[in-house]
Design a protein around this ligand. Structure first.
Ligand code: SF4
Ligand SMILES: [Zn+2]
Length: 195
């Protein structure tokens, strides 16, 4: 499948036909044609590295910084580097949706996110899931947590009941603080005892 099939977007020939309508500005037209050709080549290369991934060449092009594209034009960026970037980008997008990468197979603990999946076990001060926390995206959990330990648990005038400030499902009376759940919105409460 060609990159045009994958993209389903503007054909490079659109640029070309536009250029032919401005034949009086030959220098300009040559520049535009050159730009279109460069973009076409870039997208073709990106189509190769995006094969079997969940991102499109166009999305990857948008994620590349202008200096990266310039470096690619100068031949300073290898296909291997682009492939690595494509894989990382695709993985990041899946993680943004709360999906665990296949190689994140070890339960671990992030100081800020709580129980997380990582590619190694142990405790960390920050992790790739911190992006989800900052952007209010879900974090898949390797184990159950309790609302009693969560920053989003708001106690009511009851020794065990409260409500979820994140709007997670709860009973009519509220949530029992020691109930266990695999909550993707859980954040460790660093101010326990203040509520
Ligand atoms: S975010 Fe999850 S763990 Fe936290 S209070 Fe709400 S339901 Fe409980
Ligand atoms: Zn984290």
């Amino acid at each position: 499948m060609s990159w045009r099939d994958i993209l389903g977007t503007e054909e490079p020939t659109t640029h070309n036909s536009h250029n032919t309508q401005n034949t009086s500005q030959t220098g300009n037209s040559a520049d535009i044609a050159n730009c279109a050709e460069q973009e076409s080549k870039l997208l073709e290369t990106l189509a190769t590295v995006c094969q079997h991934l969940t991102i499109t060449p166009k999305e990857m092009q948008e994620a590349l910084a202008p200096e990266d594209i310039e470096a690619w034009r100068k031949g300073e960026v290898t296909i291997g580097a682009l492939s690595a970037f494509a894989n990382a980008l695709a993985q990041r997008r899946e993680m943004d949706r709360g999906k665990r990468p296949a190689n994140y197979s070890h339960p671990a603990t992030c100081k800020h996110c709580g129980p997380i999946w990582l590619w190694f076990p142990g405790e960390v001060l920050g992790c790739p899931w911190c992006w989800n926390r900052v952007n209010n995206n879900p974090i898949p959990r390797p184990c159950a947590v309790t609302c009693a330990d969560c920053e989003h648990f708001k106690r009511i005038d009851h020794p065990h009941l409260g409500h979820c400030l994140k709007g997670e499902p709860e009973a009519v009376a509220g949530i029992w603080d020691t109930d266990h759940r695999f909550c993707e919105r859980y954040y460790p409460n660093t101010k326990q005892g203040e509520k």
